[in-house]
Each structure stands twice: as structure tokens, then as C-alpha cells.
Design a protein around this ligand. Structure first.
Ligand code: URA
Length: 238
């Protein structure tokens, strides 16, 4: 990778600013000053220092966000703010993207990363990674609904959902539930409740695989995953 790209990615300024940094002799590799911005370096092997400080290079970033309502799970949008707009510039440098989508009005656990391989594994239908949602439902959720969800319900487009676990927390004119699904069809939770004649009025994702939303994160806040959480994501079924 070119040294100017590496330094720009690591937050040392624009390519132009990085060029002037190099020109001043502030950067060295293995003790030797590098001045040419086109110099190729291997950030995993070479010891790069800027102003005498060793550069701690890393390729990937893993962020857990408590997504607020009103923003879309995308990196860019013509009309709406996106989850990436909520990130600090030093995190945006890594070019993270949301792993899967939550609807604009849905809150809760959203993972953002630039690790395409992990994202692919988590989203692959074959892996059947479980996702648990908390929801408030208009209408009385019953044991019949529980049985229907366990068997699979037919959505409006004819698709029959895989078995899903419905936990009724409270039941009345409005009911509170937790639902675990292992797939990610468009508006799946809302459409599953529509299939049994009910409406989701509030939806929040609590878990993805073995990763749980940090209760300390307010909506709109995010933080990096810990090493333990990253391991949980890498082994979602265990
Ligand atoms: N199911 C939905 O209906 N919406 C979401 O945002 C996520 C799952």
C-alpha cells in the first residue's frame, strides 16, 4: 500500500497534508526517512513511525451501534441521514458499512464494519444466525401466534418463514414480545405479525448471534466491540 494512502487512512490528514508531512521528513520506515508519497510499504511488516511515534496499523473496525429511529441503515442516502452520518470522522476513515438492515423506524443493535468476510458470514442464510427483537404489538399476542411462528407463517409474497421463537412478555390491547428469527427477509418481523393479523408499533433489535446490545448505549451512541464480543460474532452458533 502507498504510504500516503496508509497515512491518510489512519487519520493523518488529506493526501495533500500527508504529502507535506512526508516532505518534512516526519515519517520513517525501519528507522529510515521516507519522503516519496508513492513509496510502497507493508503496514503489517514494516515499522512505520510518524513524529517518532510507532504507527499501530489495523485494517478493520467493528462498531456496535444502538441505532436510533429516523436514520437509514446505509452508507449514503439522497433524502435521509444514515447510520454512517452518526460516526466520528476517525471511524468513517475505515469506511464501515452496516451489516444487514434495520428499517428507518427500528432501533437497536446494528453492527458496522469494513470486514466484508465477517459481514458475509453473519448475513449468509446458510449460517442461520439468530436475531432477537423486542417489539410492542398492537393487539393481543396469543399462544396460537407462538405456535404459528414455531411452524412458520406465510408472508404476503407467499414465502413461508423458518421456525421462529416467540416469547410473550405481556399480552393485552398492546402486547410486548421478544421474537428470535434466523433469517432476514425485508420487513420480516412486521410482516410476520401482519400474517397473524397484528401490527408492530415499536421494534428494537437486541441480539445478533451471541452478540448482545450494550444496555449502556443510548440510541444514537456506538462503541467498538471488545475482543470477546468479536469472538462471539465469529462463532455465532456456539
Ligand atoms: N424486521 C422488520 O420488520 N424490521 C426490521 O427493521 C428488522 C426486522
Amino acid at each position: 500500500m502507498r504510504i500516503d494512502k496508509l497515512l491518510a487512512n489512519m487519520g493523518y490528514g488529506s493526501r495533500k497534508e500527508v504529502k507535506s508531512l512526508l516532505k518534512k521528513g516526519s515519517v520513517n520506515r525501519d528507522g529510515v526517512v521516507i519522503k516519496d508519497p508513492k513509496t510502497h510499504v507493508d503496514p503489517n511488516k514494516d515499522v512505520i513511525s510518524v513524529f517518532g511515534q510507532k504507527l499501530e496499523y489495523r485494517e478493520f473496525v467493528y462498531l456496535m451501534m444502538n441505532k436510533p429511529p429516523g436514520v437509514v441503515s446505509a452508507t449514503e442516502d439522497q433524502r435521509d441521514d444514515t447510520v454512517v452520518d452518526l460516526l466520528e470522522p476517525e471511524d468513517i476513515l475505515f469506511e464501515p458499512f452496516p451489516v444487514g438492515r434495520l428499517d428507518k423506524d427500528t432501533e437497536g443493535l446494528l453492527l458496522l464494519t469494513n470486514d466484508g468476510k465477517l459481514a458475509h458470514q453473519l448475513l449468509s442464510p446458510k449460517k442461520e444466525v439468530g436475531k432477537t427483537y423486542f417489539a410492542v404489538i398492537q393487539g393481543t399476542v396469543t399462544e396460537d401466534d407462538q405456535k404459528m411462528f414455531e411452524k412458520g407463517v406465510r408472508l404476503d409474497d407467499g414465502y413461508v418463514t423458518k421456525p421462529a421463537k416467540l416469547n410473550i412478555l405481556s399480552s393485552g390491547n398492546e402486547s410486548e414480545i421478544e421474537l428470535t428469527i434466523t433469517e432476514g427477509k425485508f420487513h420480516q418481523v412486521k410482516r410476520m405479525f401482519e400474517a397473524v393479523g397484528k401490527r408492530v408499533i415499536y421494534l428494537k433489535r437486541l441480539t445478533m448471534g451471541r452478540l448482545e446490545l450494550d444496555k449502556e448505549l443510548n440510541t444514537g451512541e456506538y462503541r467498538e466491540l471488545t475482543e470477546e464480543e468479536l469472538q462471539l460474532l465469529r462463532n455465532p452458533q456456539k
